[in-house]
Structures are given as structure tokens and as C-alpha cells.
Write a protein that binds this ligand. Sequence first.
Ligand code: ADP
Ligand code: ZN
Length: 724
Amino acid sequence: MVPMTRVRCIVFNAALGALDYRVPTGMDAPPGSVVVLPLGPRQILGLVWDEGELPGDDYPEHKLRAVLEVLPVPPLPAPLRRLISWCADYYLAPLSAVARMALSSSAALKGGGTVTEYRLTGEEPARMTPQRLQALDLLQGEQATMRELAEIAGVSEAVLRGMLGQGLLEPVLVDSDRPYPAPDPQFAAPDLAEQQAAAAADMVAAVKAHRFQPFLLDGVTGSGKTETYFEAVAAALEAGRQVLVLLPEIALTAAFLSRFEKRFGTQPVTWHSSLKASERRRAWRQVAFGGARVVVGARSALFLPFADLGLIVVDEAHEIAFKQDDGVRYNARDVAVMRGHFEAVPVVLASATPALESLQMAEAGRYTRLVLPSRFGGALLPKIAVVNLTEMQPPRGRWLAPPLVEALADRLDKGEQSLLFLNRRGYAPLTLCRHCGFRFKCPNCSAWLVEHRLSQRLACHHCGHEVPPPPVCPECGEPDCLVACGPGVERIADEVGELMPGARVAVVTSDTLASPAAAAEFVAQAEAKAIDVIVGTQLVTKGFHFPELTLVGVVDADMGLDGGDLRAAERTYQQIAQVAGRAGRGAKPGEVLIQTRHPKAAVIAALASGDRDAFYAAETEARREAGAPPFGRWAAIIVSSEDEAEARDAARAIGGAQPREPGVLILGPAPAPLSLLRGRHRYRLLIAARRTAEVQKLIKGWLAPLRFPPGVRVAVDIDPYSFV
Ligand code: ADP
Ligand code: ZN
């Protein structure tokens, strides 16, 4: 008798756990294979997992059902399988939930397909119209879908279909998942400055050696970090391997794509949530088959099934956008380093304002620190000054103090650009009734509704709840009595418009730059000097390079400091240093004005004096003394339910069952600062442990025996970034 092959499979139902199946003779299903399995009367998706890695059932051999089909994609490679296991263990997430992040395009799993593209036949047209002439001219050498050709030719699809009927265009059937054009590592290699060349050499050596080595590429804004790590990208391409570049925001992608194309002759493959299903499918398949050489993406790209990865870059690595706070709660910066470890490739964390955790790793010798201390091309770092708002107040109902207004007017006279930074979307964060004091609150969250005047709505920034601004107060019925309190970027833009009627003002937030196309349009306008004043949120603090921008104004430097979050000071420092870094990147020197009520606060003083090291040193000491990360390990437990009493009881039950262990402090349960979120009442516990404590094991053992009503959700957040 032929021995039977038994495989243990992850199925995508957290309640089921791993299940065993039989592999029929003639079928090949090695670990990582994506398979179709029978379950009762249904067929479900499964993932063959490594032998001995998962507790499973002892289901008798003769009762095992057979795997139905192995899907036509390469098995998930071993390093990715190890990453998935590691994430599940470290973040205390169900293995199936992490594995699902790797199978992120269901269409891709089903195999290839075709699409019809069109190209010119070379026939001479019998009847010429100006539009056909234009199309014939612009479509030389092009082959694409009708829609894409219409865009290239600047004519309607109807015109092209007419041409097809006349035999001027012909259809070509192509593989819809074909490989992408390969970037050329030699296309336009720049001359690197000495400091860039030295840093690049270290990264290139690690790429060539196919060795795990984390780098902290620590370079001031404008030092040319991108050009420097592009050398490592080129080395990976030369070696025939793939590259992953992570960016914190989709809005940064457009600028990155054009820089990449200038350097490597073609655009990289993009991966983010707003891709069309067909684009996702092609990208996923080509990542797996090796025909996508460089992928630039959001944090979810970390779980793509690269066939042969050679390098990972995390740009703006300090950004908190790399932390995912729903579903599997992971930090992409840390997961990137783990993936590099499993793949045996270097990982580059690039930033002008590294996370304290990363600096600490460099200090401890775990990361190689590469420093670019000055700007590329001799540009100087901007001059930074503080505007003390307790002495120089803006007029009532305004937010820009006289020195900032003067500086703006001066730039406008000279035809230079300015940037005003305020990390608050919309027009005003709070609307109230002057007559009865009513405040507009979200029904689903403990938060005020933010007025958005451009789109005429009051919106909750937590759950998306929206209402049109009512003509009368909903409480007392009084007309014309609603007042906006406090500023958002739209209000600042209005203020600039009133002070300087001729100025061309652009509001830049995630509302206005929602797509890569919108971001590209903004960059083009700013570069063409069609914008005088940019008013933006944290979105404009990083990545952008506008040589004519010479003034940066920070409208409210104190905003991020209240709240008492662990990283409040660090984040304020990073945001302001980054936004300051947008000034004076070209030939003209830059100036930064920081409006604050606390000019003596350590973080403001450090920004003004440019003493980054002193700030980080003080911050590091404070964290060390408090036993806070990275010197201690923190985790949070968030308990929620639509029913307030149910949430409170569950939180108390967890609190009551807390383990006592030396070196582990458990705080709470207490109502979360955001005690209501999307209709769920929330309680939090914080676990603060020493570095060496086995926090995951502790939490697992603590929560495992507890049972809750079905409406209760218990989420664990390891290394939390958010405390609301
Ligand atoms: P950073 O990311 O460190 O803030 P950038 O990578 O944006 O800095 O570089 C600043 C500017 O200098 C960019 O316009 C970039 O194209 C240019 N630059 C950097 N290095 C070089 C180089 N070696 N040759 C030519 N231009 C460079
Ligand atoms: Zn809400």
C-alpha cells in the first residue's frame, strides 16, 4: 500500500483552527500551497502549513478527506511562512488572520487570464478627421486597452472604435498578468556626494552578500537619502532580485514614482488599498512569479509573496502610519526587520527624525547607523525662530501672529512659496450654539463633529458619521446662532485669503489628496509655482521637495503636546522638524516660524536651537527612568461592546483575573479616553513590564480561560502607539 500523505492546513475561519487532509496520489501540495478543501458540504480555501508547526487534530487517517485542488500559484515561500508564524505569536493574532494578509488578492489565486489591447496596424486612413490624425500621431508604438489609448490620444473611445472598424487599429490578446517592464539599474546613476557614497557602499555590500543587516539611514532633510538607498536598490536589481519599498502614505507615492522613473527608466509596481482588483491581481501574481522587480507600497505590501527578495526599504520609518491599529495590530517597521531576518536580506530604515526605538537599536549595536549630516548640493538647513503667542497675539478670531503674517507677505512679494502647517483637517474642530451652548457631538463616538466648510458637512473623524450643517440649532431652534470654535486648515486658508487677497492658496489634507492622481496634480501645481501658500496637515510634512518654498509656519506647535501620550514630545519634534525640512531646499535659504505658548518647553527649545541630540538624549533618559519603551515592554488590552455594562463587566473580569508577576505592572481597567468609538463602549488595561518579561505568554495564559458574551471584543495591542 502507498503511504498516505497527510497535510495540516490553515483554514480561514478563526473558530476552526488547523485541519488535517489527505493529499491524493499524483497531487503535489508542499507547505505554502494554496488549496481548495472540502468542509461539510462546502468548499473552502486553505493553506498547507509546515509539518510540526501547528497543533492539530488526531483525526483518524481513514476518515481524512482529500484536498480537492492546488491553486495555480507558487506555494508561499518559507521566509514568508516564518514571518506569518512570527507575527501570529508576537502580536497574539490568529494565524489565519495573519495568513489572510498574505493572500490579499483572491482573483490572483485563480490563475491567469487575458485582456484585449489594441495597436495601430500601419494602414493609411481613407478618410481623415483632425481627431484621427491626432490619434494616429500620438498612438505610434503604443499598445493598451481602449480606455488607456483614448487617454493617451486625447480622443473619445468612440473615435477609436471608428478607427478599429476602418482597420486602422487591431486587437491583440495579451496575458492580463504579464510581467512589468524591468527597471534598469544603470539607467541614470547620479554622482553621489561623498557622504552619500560612503553610506551607499555599506548597504550595497550587504545586498551583494545576501545578508540580514538592519540599517538606520539617518540623514537630515534634503540630504539625499532617496538617491543613496537607490544605490542599494540598483545592487539588488543587478543581482536579479526583488525590492520592497514601504511608504507611510499613498499621497507620497506619486512623487516617489517619478523620482524612481528618472533613476531607473520605468515606474515601480505599486501596492495599496485603492488599487483596482485587476491591478491587485497582476501585482500579486507577478510578485510571486518574480516579474515585479520593485514594489512600492503601503504597510500591507509586507505580506506579499516575493519570489526572491533582495532588499527592504522603509522610508520615513519613524511614521506612526506604519502601525496598524485594527485587525492584526502590527508595526510594519518592526515586521519589515523580521522579514529581512527571515529572508536574509538588508533592511534600510530611512528617516531624518528616527524613532527613539530605532536610535536605541543603533546605540545598542543591533542596527548599523549611516549618517548624512548635511543637505545635498550645499543647501543650508533653514533658520528656525519661535513666535511667542503669549506676547504676540493674533487679533481676535485669527490664528496667525504678526511676525508670521509679515513673513508670508514678504514671500508673496518676492514670488516665493510658503507652507503653513496645522495638523487638523476641516474648518473648525468644534461647533456650538451661541444661544443655548449646544455642542455638535458624534452619536457613535466620544468626539466632537468637525466642520468641513469646503464640502459643507459636519463630520466625525473617527467613524465617518456626517451631517449637513443645519440652518437652526437642533437643541433650541434658534437660527444663525452656530459658531465655529478653533481653527482647522480650511480656516487658516480663509485667513490667508483675507489677509492677502491675491495669494493662491492650496489646502492639502487627506481629504484633498485622497488619490495618487490628486497628489500628482498638487505636486505639478506646486512645482509650476501655481501655488503661493500651502496650508496642510501632517501630510505635507514629509517627502515633498519644492525648491521655491522658503517659509514654513507652524500654526500651533503645542497642539500635539497635550494629552500626555508616551510619544507626544517625540512626535511633536518629528513633525515640526520634518515640516521645517521642507523650507529652503533649493538655492534660496529657508526660514521657519514656530507659533507656541510654551517657548521654554524642552521640545520647542530643542527645535529652535537645532539640538536634536540633546532632545533625544533627554527623552531617552526620561523613558529609561519610567521603564517605558524601548526600555520596558508595553501592551494594551482593549475591551469593547455595544453594551456599556457588558463592556464594563468584561473589563472587570479581566482585571480581576490579572496575574501577579514580579516586574509586571498592570494598570486599569479604566474607561478609554475615547470611551465610545463607532458605537462601542471601551475600556483599557495597560501592561507595563520589564524588557525581559515574556509579555505574550503572560497575556495568553491570562485571557485563555476567560469567557465573554458574544458581543464583547477583547483586543490585544502589543507595543501600542495609540492610547485613546
Ligand atoms: P531627503 O529624502 O534626504 O530629504 P532627497 O532625497 O529628497 O532628500 O534629496 C534632496 C534633493 O537633492 C532632491 O531633489 C534630490 O533629487 C537631490 N539629490 C540628492 N542626491 C543627489 C545626487 N547625488 N545627485 C543629484 N541630485 C541629488
Ligand atoms: Zn463618530
